[in-house]
Structure formats: C-alpha cells, structure tokens
Design a protein around this ligand. Structure first.
Ligand SMILES: Nc1nc2c(ncn2[C@@H]2O[C@H](COP(=O)(O)OP(=O)(O)OP(=O)(O)O)[C@@H](O)[C@H]2O)c(=O)[nH]1
Ligand SMILES: [Mg+2]
Length: 519
C-alpha cells in the first residue's frame, strides 16, 4: 500500500507521520481529514526555505543566485512587497494567488523575470507561486519575502504570517470556531520550515527582533525545529579600514565582521557566512556574459593608476573618459559592482588568456555562494526529515486541537503519543531540545549550548562529535564518555529545564554510540 507522496518523503520519521495521517483519516471528521490531506501533501513536498531579512538587504538577489536564474524582481516594484514561492515544476509558470483563493496566471516579463508590477489590486493578493524547471528546486522550495523592518505594515504582516508568527498569535486567543481550521490549513501551505536570514554590515535591533520572532514562533509548536542560518550579504561593500585586523582586505574584513555578528546573533543562528549576493547572482544566473568578459578584458589593459582612480566610486567609474562605452561600464557596475569589477580585472591580469567561462567561475568563487550552499545542504537538507516531520506533527496537533469532537481529539493525541515513543522519534526530541537552547528558553553555559547545537546540527557522526574524520573506536569512546557525562549532569547540578535537555542529549550520544559500535 503505497500512496503517491511516499516516494518523495524525506525519511523514516516523515514516513511514520504520513502513516499516522493515513490511518486516522477515515476515523476523523471531514474537516480534520481535509487538514490531514494537506499535511500529507506538505510532507511529500521539498523543504520550504524562506529567505528573510531587512528591506533591501539583497534577499531577492540571493534567491536568484540560489535558483540559478534571474527571475525574482530586485530593487523596485510592487513584487518586492509580496511573498513569492519558487517551487519545482515541469513547465515554467507563474500564478498570482488571491486572498480569496482565486488564481490568475501571470506571464513572464520580456527578460524572463516575474513582472515587477502585477496589474491587479495588490491588497487582494495573498502571494505569488512560481513553478520553475530548475533542478535545485527539486531539493527545496525557496520563498522570497518582503523586507522586515519596512514601514509597509501589510508586507510585514504577510511575512510574519509566512514565518508562523501570525499563527502563533492567533492560537493565543484560543478556540475561535470554524475560521480556525481554515487558517491552520492555509498556514500549513504557506508556512516556512527553515529560514535563510540575510543581514548586512550592521546588525540592528530589528534584525534581532525578527530572528527572535521566528524562533519564538517555531518554538511554540509541539516540536519546533532549529532551522535558521544567516549570511552577511553585500560583503563587497564593507570598508576594510573600518574593521580592525582586516589588513585592508575586503574578504578578511567580511569574515571578521561575520564572526562578530555570529556572537551577537548566537545562539539563534550557529554561524554567519559572508556572501556577495550580487556577484553570485550574475555568475550563476547567466547574467554574466562573454561580452561582459570582453569589456573587463579591455579595462584590464588600462594603466593601473587610471583604473584605480576609476574604481574609487561608481560615479567616477561611469563618467571617466575611456574606450569602454559608458553604457557598458554601467552594465558591469549593475552586475558586479566595483569590487567584482576589480576582482575580475585582477584575475585577467594574472592570467591574460583566461576564458569567459573561467572568469565566471572565478567570480562565483569570490562570491562565497558555494559555502552557503554547503551549509544549506548540511543544516537543512540532512535534517529535512526531522524538520518536516516536526512541522507536520505540529499541524496534526493543531488540527486536533481545533476539532469540536473530544473523542476525535483524544484519538489523534493517542496516536501521536504512540509515534513519539518510537526510537526514530528521538530526533524530534533532539530538535525540540535544540530549539529550547537556541532560542534561549533554556539557559545553558556557553560551551554546553555549543555542544548541544553541534550534536543536533550535523548529519555526520564525526562532525556531531566535534571529531571529523576520527577513527571509529575513538568516536565510540567519546560518544560513550559524553553520554555518561550528560546523564550525570541531568541528575546532579542541572536546573529542571536543563535536566530535560540533558536527558535528550544523553540519549542522542547513546544512540550515536550504538551506531558506531555496531558498524
Ligand atoms: N554591492 C552589492 N549590491 C547588492 C548585493 N546584493 C544585492 N545588491 C543590490 O541591493 C539592491 C537590493 O537588492 P534586492 O535583492 O532587491 O534586495 P531585497 O532584500 O530583495 O529588497 P526588498 O525585497 O525590497 O526588501 C539591488 O540594487 C541589488 O543589486 C551585493 O552582494 N553587493
Ligand atoms: Mg526583494
């Protein structure tokens, strides 16, 4: 008995939750069953990753870079005030989804992007769904969001709704009758399961708030996952002189600044990775062309002091007398900005024969995108099973909670109890413990908090134990030692809240020990 979504489920835990839904469906009311159908659909869908952050932090640019296609409008237009979901489809198609559920197909603009202006009343728009053939989207759905911290209250509330904060608030004013279920299922469709948080040079108070709101919203769920990673975007615009110890190097300055921000944003995000979204977008989405490479080659031939003068500012760069047409220079500026141009020119000077393709590759390397991708796949993809199962169970619980029939509520809760007692459900407890620690809800000494995050945020056992590549006997001995340590910490010296976390960590180490020992 296989259902259509089973082939695409993220792992054994998602499978257990799917089975639970299938089993209960015939025993619950039609409304709850419809909710379960929605939960099943979502369990089978790729991980939903929202790209969030302050207004104009470069979210849409980064979305384009990740998808590998310039499709999300950047800079201006009403689209930047809407949530856009990019998901995999066999044919490229964009739909406007209205708040009343109506949908309308939206033609792509001439440049292949989603039009910046929709030509409909934006007040009635819920969000935009873009189905694209890009392979990346088979592994995750990418959600572009309007800037938090913008003055436009409507965009803020759309984003909050997406991130789960709105739902959280709704639940607080308790049973509301029939509307509740619709809201729950709608949130089940739109809600994000993980967040890529974009910050720029100065982490401000509202960055902290936005991130706190997100972790609070997910922590309020039955088993909210720890699922935020952060990037320091626009690393190219950092003035290295403003960062002590950078030695005048932009990338070094960005790395130092990112480390500092990581300690500010800790423990909500494990680390902050510097990235240059603009260069990544141009290099990954076909924006960087051989004509651009040619223009850069011409610039590389200029006298060095002339070029250095031009690179002082965007104004000088475009207005200076030079053989490369001003329009071409403006285009380069839009695609690479000054840092990218100077980086490309250096690469050409070092290797005059460099091909346009190799130059594109060098720019991609300079953008830091690869490290972001790797982080995404470690933290999100490897944990998709736990994250999706946790979100699904939270929805199932909410659906049962909203049911008017006490017997039905009991039946669902009993089934969840049984599921939680299974060994594969331990990763849910670990996610829950992680969330408690990461959100600061349970206070832990810094080194212990780090250890909990490490155990819970890696798929590879060596990395979980902080001993990547170590031989198995060493890993086994270490896991056993830590299991023992956490058990005694749970019994002596911990507060009750710490103790609950410690039990979970103890069990995690014990399961790891069993695994390395047996293999
Ligand atoms: N120099 C530089 N500029 C960037 C970078 N990333 C984005 N930009 C520019 O920043 C501006 C805003 O970028 P968007 O991607 O539209 O930012 P956003 O966060 O989506 O903006 P809203 O949706 O309006 O909140 C654009 O002009 C981008 O070209 C970067 O890494 N370096
Ligand atoms: Mg945007």
């Amino acid at each position: 008995m296989t259902s259509p979504e089973q082939g695409r489920l993220a792992g054994p835990l998602s499978m257990s939750v799917a089975n639970l839904c299938h089993r209960l469906q015939p025993q619950v009311s039609a409304r709850t069953a419809a909710g379960f159908a929605e939960v099943l659909r979502r369990l089978g869908a790729p991980l939903q990753v929202a790209v969030a952050g302050r207004i104009k932090s470069g979210k849409s640019t980064l979305v384009n870079a990740l998808i590998g296609r310039r499709v999300a409008p950047t800079d201006i237009g009403e689209c930047t005030r809407l949530v856009t979901r990019f998901q995999y489809g066999t044919v490229d198609r964009v739909e406007i989804v209205f708040t009343d559920g109506r949908k309308q197909v939206l033609p792509f603009a001439a440049d292949g992007m989603i039009p910046a202006e929709l030509g409909v009343d934006i007040e009635q728009v819920s969000h935009i769904e873009a189905y694209l053939t890009n392979a990346v989207l088979q592994g995750m759905t990418v959600i572009d969001t309007p800037g938090l911290g913008s003055l436009d209250a409507a965009s803020v509330s759309r984003t909050e709704q997406l991130l789960g904060a709105a739902k959280h608030r709704k639940e607080e004013d308790d049973e509301e009758g029939s509307d509740e279920l619709d809201d729950t299922s709608r949130n089940a469709v739109a809600g994000a399961e993980a967040v890529l948080y974009v910050v720029t040079q100065g982490v401000r108070a509202d960055d902290q708030q936005a991130l706190a709101a997100f972790t609070a919203a997910t922590a309020s769920r039955e088993a909210g996952p720890v699922n935020a990673i952060a990037v320091l975007n626009k690393a190219d615009t950092i003035t290295p002189e403003s960062v002590e110890g950078s030695g005048g190097d932009v990338w070094k300055a960005a790395t130092l600044l990112a480390e500092k921000q990581a300690s500010t944003l800790k423990p909500r995000v494990a680390d902050v990775l510097p990235v240059i979204g603009l260069i990544a977008e141009s290099a990954e989405s076909g924006g960087f062309t051989s004509a651009d490479a040619e223009a850069l080659r011409q610039l590389a031939e200029l006298e060095d002091d002339v070029l250095q003068t031009m690179l002082i500012s965007a104004d000088i760069f475009t207005s200076w007398e030079c053989d490369v047409p001003a329009g071409t220079r403006l285009r380069l500026l839009e695609k690479l900005d000054l840092f990218g141009i100077s980086h490309a020119v250096e690469a050409i000077r070092k290797e005059p024969e460099i091909t346009a393709g190799a130059l594109r590759r060098a720019l991609l390397d300079a953008s830091g995108l690869e490290a972001v991708r790797q982080r995404l796949s470690i933290v999100f993809a490897a944990r998709a099973d736990g994250i999706k199962a946790a979100a699904a169970l939270a929805s199932v619980t909410a659906l049962a909670h909203a049911s008017a029939d006490p017997a039905e509520r009991q039946r669902v809760h009993d089934a969840i109890e049984v599921l939680l007692a299974k060994p594969e459900a331990h990763q849910l407890r670990l996610l829950e413990a992680l969330t408690l620690v990461a959100s600061g809800a349970v206070d832990m000494p810094e080194d212990l908090a780090e250890e909990v995050l490490r155990v819970g945020s890696n798929a590879d056992i060596g990395a979980q134990l902080g001993k990547p590549g170590a031989p198995r006997p060493e890993l086994a001995a270490h896991a056993l030692e830590r299991a023992g340590w956490w058990r005694s910490f749970a019994s002596f010296g911990a507060t009750p809240a710490q103790s609950r976390v410690a039990h979970v960590v103890h069990r995690a180490y014990f399961l790891i020990w069993q695994q390395v020992r047996e293999a």
